[in-house]
Design a protein. Structure first.
Length: 157
């Protein structure tokens, strides 16, 4: 019996794990400990539009209570801040703290580094092909809007 290659789901899940572990190492090297994978989705969403907690819940596809708890945890950890809405003082928006922005920039640097490493290992044409394949997968599951807004859609469940 010939050994079979891992199925696509295992490969994508393994890639997600590898990327998460890489980001953890990069953040730790920059003294940005305390990050959790779910925080990355929030950081992207907050950077994209400075949402209220209600809007964050919509963006993440979770309850308002879950979004509020997550935001509170991230504020205590120093990744987010609350700021008054300049157009409506009754409304409070979430913003990135300096520490949250440092995490965002670290993640972007790590992403660029990974892309360079893949291009060196597989050839420069492989990376655009990988991007097209991933976008087709995401589009097939209805996640294109989130990607276009430069905020990943968190896993459901």
């Amino acid at each position: 019996m010939e050994p079979q290659e891992p199925d696509l789901v295992l490969l994508v899940a393994g890639a997600y794990t590898a990327i998460t572990e890489r980001l953890d190492r990069e953040h730790a090297a920059r003294a940005l400990e305390g990050m959790r994978p779910s925080y990355g989705f929030v950081i992207r969403a907050v950077h994209a539009e400075r949402p209220t907690v209600n809007r964050l819940a919509e963006l993440l596809g979770v309850t308002k209570q879950s979004a509020s708890k997550l935001a509170d945890d991230m504020i205590r950890a120093g990744f987010l801040e609350r700021a008054p809405d300049p157009d409506d003082r009754r409304r409070v928006r979430l913003t990135l703290s300096d520490r949250g922005n440092a995490v965002r920039l670290s993640a972007l640097r790590t992403s660029a580094k990974l892309e360079t490493e893949l291009a060196e290992a597989l050839g420069v044409r492989a990376v655009p092909a990988l991007r097209r394949a991933l976008l087709a997968l995401i589009d097939g599951e209805g996640g294109t809007e989130a990607v276009a807004a430069r905020r990943p859609r968190p896993p459901r469940g």
